[in-house]
Design a protein around this ligand. Sequence first.
Ligand SMILES: NC(=O)c1ccc[n+]([C@@H]2O[C@H](COP(=O)([O-])OP(=O)(O)OC[C@H]3O[C@@H](n4cnc5c(N)ncnc54)[C@H](OP(=O)(O)O)[C@@H]3O)[C@@H](O)[C@H]2O)c1
Length: 317
Amino acid sequence: MPAVGLGTFGSDHVSASQVAEAVRGAAEVGYRHFDCASVYGNEAEVGAALESVIAGGVPRSELWITSKLWNDKHGEDDVIASCRQSLKDLRLNYLDLYLVHWPFPNFHAKGCDVTSRSADAKPYIHASYMKTWRSMEKLVEMGLVRHVGTSNMTIPKLKLLLEDARIKPAVNEMELHPHFQQPELFRFAQENGIQPVGYCPLGSPGRPERDRTPEDTAPTEDPVIVKIAERHGVHPAAVCIKWAVQRGQTPIPFSVNPRNYFANLQAAATDPLSEEEMRQIAALDRNCRLIKGQVFLWKEDQSWEALWDMNGEITPA
Ligand SMILES: NC(=O)c1ccc[n+]([C@@H]2O[C@H](COP(=O)([O-])OP(=O)(O)OC[C@H]3O[C@@H](n4cnc5c(N)ncnc54)[C@H](OP(=O)(O)O)[C@@H]3O)[C@@H](O)[C@H]2O)c1
């Protein structure tokens, strides 16, 4: 898996055509890894961009394309159909990685408010997740997908999956930035041969309004990160990317700005942080989760913490 990927979620305000243009431009400056998902609503446009990248001479085998199964498609037959739809939209005949986007099977309208609750929302039920996972494994057997993985999982959920999976998850995609380092889950993934892919690696400054709370902090404004950036003569975003790559996770920064997406790739490949700088950033963790997932809650009086198994056990139904 290439060490940095381009995120493609337009956060509800960047159009599909702008994202597709960024995919073309990013491939031109050297990106080979693209993090897609059906729910981002732009796979058809991204697919046209990927087709032109391949037609322009980049071999398919050099590309790493990820897509994700949305939450209302966890049913056994839906998994295969959804993957086929993503392949059709992305104009590919296989995916490098297919992820279960969230461990909760749940329909909610695109762009809905965080207070919105789905009538069919369910807690995590391992037996149901395993049915979905069996179909994910089938996709590998069918040759439609090279690797399967998870996203937004917790240690207790991953432990169960590792016990029962015939094909183990190759990746867990999770929120990771200097203010939310998830050290236990990060270590658990690494110890179990699961590559951590880090979303919101810059603290998602462009995230939708619904994903903002007054307690949120911005890693790119952290004085320690700003100081390290000044020392290296780069934007604080570049420091977040260097830290991510050197720590061993795969960041997938989003950008539609050519200067920014080039800088993010360059950050990963040049002028590494010193051990002392890595130690300083390790000390900045604030356990500040930005993507809290409120719309997945299955009871009225719950708080978002219930989704993340905070006491080390799967939150009971
Ligand atoms: N698995 C999941 O559940 C999940 C959840 C959330 C996100 N994701 C994935 O992770 C990707 C990244 O997360 P994200 O998009 O929320 O957040 P992010 O990558 O942390 O931040 C993106 C924002 O940072 C700005 N930016 C990028 N590079 C910059 C630079 N060098 N200097 C200054 N600003 C810069 C971008 O603006 P410009 O466009 O103007 O550069 C954009 O507003 C998503 O696109 C998606 O693919 C996955």
